[in-house]
Design a protein around this ligand. Structure first.
Ligand SMILES: [Zn+2]
Length: 629
């Protein structure tokens, strides 16, 4: 295995080193996931006027696109859409009249949706599109009241990254185009709407809301949520939006948010988005969090009572610098978003919760990366990915972007020293603020602003190994944790029968220590040991998803059937993909687990987000029945 691995790595090295680095910068800026032609015309401002209709599960209304024409000859506006019904397209003349424009909606591509081409005789400054979304829009989830925390009101939320904004707004759905936006949203009078914009803490609840986003953002940061939402402040500029049932627990768990903002500002310069609020979503949210500007969308599964999973907030907040401020121009450079964010996240955790906490989180994530890499094709192991032509960008998003990216930045910090590297990163965020860039621009800036000042700190070969070669460079220094050494000792005492589970020194262990304990257990164990662990630590039925996602697969592999009812309850309650997929994977590998997985999925499916449904379905294969209406 290892030899074969090295062989692949060595062959890959020379090949990729020549192909990727020789790519020209314009090609690197090309977004293969959008039909738009931003070199000819760009959206500079978007005005939405939409009605949110829970009975038909549709958004309907108009999108006004303010355009910045770059090519004097251009007479076409090409937009991205998916499953949108385009009713009418108008162009606004200088004297304010609206003229009907011809448009053509192409047949749908399964990944990219339908190209919308608007033809015109002259370059209109504003084009208005009247449209309606589909009840199956991939970027929207409509929840029945029963699927919310309160159980009385319906809930809607969007998830636009990577290319789902086009399923609820016709636009240039590429991170290379930034625009400001405003919105008028109408919905049921007893529901509150919020967006990735200027949400007012004291907004009157009347079903009629107006928003403005003055900083230019890329389309994947378009966001909306509507539900029975209440607000609780954390500080002057920060607070929590949540359903009443979740509001108090969320506010307590995330009470350090203002401190996190101040810590990040001290490291990387002022927060440039005015307010920073959190929106707590129902448990079906398929991700941990989404960095929608001014309003991060957050899974409730990190509310565990002891703040041990708040690095997620540090992560989403960090995106206010790495990602929302300096953005990847296309998804093949997503490590510029996620790698930098994982690095900043860990620095904030270190500053607020101490070096030991930061180290534990690094060990867990680096172990996860190493494991994931074994399943990845060689080209998916690169930080600077080759073009993702024909591929769904969601599919190419792995821990490589996050953790290998973070590891690379940690390497630079080690070699250049923290002081120099902090200053470099801060100036990088300033230099590229509100721009969308590609990897080559980062590398040029790195060479000019950091390497040139201390040319011997790293070699060209080392830099290339991180950026353009698969795997993890041999010279990378792995994270270590003294607290995990104690966990390793306790685990080994238990496994060697030197101590009973109840006698292990687990008092005061954080989520990370428990995670490390579970990850180091053999992949199959005998029933008596699992019974003993469960009796001592009550893993079965835990409310902590980080533990559940590691414990339940172990019980499946070990044939510990007593865990099944609680496992089923967990898979039905939570829709966050990362937490539930490992259990489904273990079940599918087990001859009798497969039937159980199918049964649980059938019951859980109405509560899952389309993204989670697609993942589970891909795993279960053809044995899953089609969706019931
Ligand atoms: Zn992120």
């Amino acid at each position: 295995m290892e030899r074969f691995w090295r062989l692949v790595w060595m062959t890959g090295m020379s090949l990729l080193a020549t192909t990727v680095q020789a790519v020209d910068p314009l090609a690197r800026l090309q977004d293969e996931h959008s039909y738009a032609q931003p070199e000819r015309v760009r959206i500079r401002d978007l005005g939405l006027d939409l009605r949110v209709d829970f009975s038909t599960r549709q958004l309907a209304g108009t999108a006004d696109l303010g355009l910045d024409w770059r090519d004097g000859e251009a007479r076409e506006l090409v937009l991205d859409t998916r499953d949108l019904e385009i009713v009418r397209v108008l162009g606004r003349t200088e004297d304010g009249d609206w003229r009907k424009l011809k448009f053509e909606l192409a047949a749908a591509d399964p990944i990219f949706g339908s190209k919308l081409t608007v033809s015109m005789r002259r370059q209109y400054e504003v084009v208005r599109i009247r449209y309606r979304t589909s009840p199956q829009a991939s970027g929207l989830q409509w929840l029945e009241p029963a699927m919310t925390a309160g159980g009385k009101h319906p809930f809607l939320f969007s998830q636009s990254q990577a290319i789902h904004a086009r399923s609820w707004v016709p636009l240039q759905d590429t991170p290379s185009v930034r625009y400001t936006y405003s919105a008028h949203i109408e919905t049921d009078a007893n529901l509150m709407a919020v967006m990735s914009a200027d949400n007012m803490p004291d907004e009157t609840r009347d079903g009629d809301y107006v928003f403005r986003m003055r900083q230019p953002i890329p389309s994947y940061l378009m966001a909306i949520a509507v539900g029975d939402l209440r607000f609780q402040p954390i500080s002057e500029r920060s607070g929590v939006w949540a359903e009443p049932a979740t509001l108090e627990a969320a506010s307590a768990e995330f009470a350090d948010t203002e401190k996190m903002i101040q810590t990040t500002e001290a490291l990387y310069g002022p927060y440039r988005w005015e307010r920073y609020d959190l929106l707590i979503l129902p448990p079906s949210f398929p991700f941990g969090g989404m960095e929608n500007p001014r309003l991060s969308f957050i899974t409730p599964t990190v509310i565990v009572g002891d703040k041990s999973l708040v690095s997620l907030i540090a992560h989403e907040l960090a995106h206010s610098w790495s990602g929302n401020l300096v953005t990847n121009a296309s998804w093949k450079d997503i490590w510029l978003n996620e790698g930098f964010t994982s690095y900043v996240e860990n620095r904030v955790v270190e500053a607020l919760y101490g070096i030991e906490q930061a180290q534990m989180e690094n060990v867990i994530s680096q172990n996860g990366l190493k494991e994931e890499m074994q399943q990845l094709a060689v080209e998916d192991q690169l930080l600077v990915l080759p073009p993702l032509t024909g591929r769904d960008p969601d599919e190419a998003l792995t821990d490589v972007a996050y953790i290998k990216g973070q590891w690379f930045l940690m390497f630079l910090e080690q070699r250049f020293g923290r002081e120099a590297f902090d200053a470099f990163l801060r100036s990088y965020f300033d230099h590229f603020a509100f721009q969308s860039i590609h990897s080559g621009q980062f590398v040029d800036y790195l060479r000019a602003e950091l390497i040139a000042k201390e040319p011997d700190a790293i070699s060209a070969l080392e830099l290339d190994a991180w950026l353009y070669e698969p795997g993890i460079p041999e010279f990378a220094v792995a994270a270590t944790s003294a607290r995990f050494a104690a966990v390793d000792a306790a685990r080994s005492d238990f496994l060697n029968s030197k101590a009973t589970a109840a006698d292990l020194p687990t008092a005061g262990w954080s989520t990370q220590e428990w995670v490390h304990f579970l990850e180091g257990l053999p992949s199959r164990m005998d029933g008596a040991q699992l019974v003993e662990l469960d009796a001592a630590f009550s893993f079965t039925g835990t409310r902590n998803g980080e533990l559940a996602q590691r414990w339940y697969p172990l019980t499946v592999r070990s044939g510990y059937f007593e865990a099944r009812p609680a496992m089923a309850e967990f898979l039905k309650r939570v829709g966050r993909r990362k937490l539930i997929m490992p259990t489904y994977e273990a079940l599918v590998d087990d001859p009798d687990g497969r039937a159980f997985a199918r049964e649980v999925f059938a019951a859980a499916r109405p509560g899952y987000h389309p993204i989670t449904t697609a993942s589970v379905q891909a795993l279960l294969g053809s044995d899953t029945a089609p969706a019931s209406p």
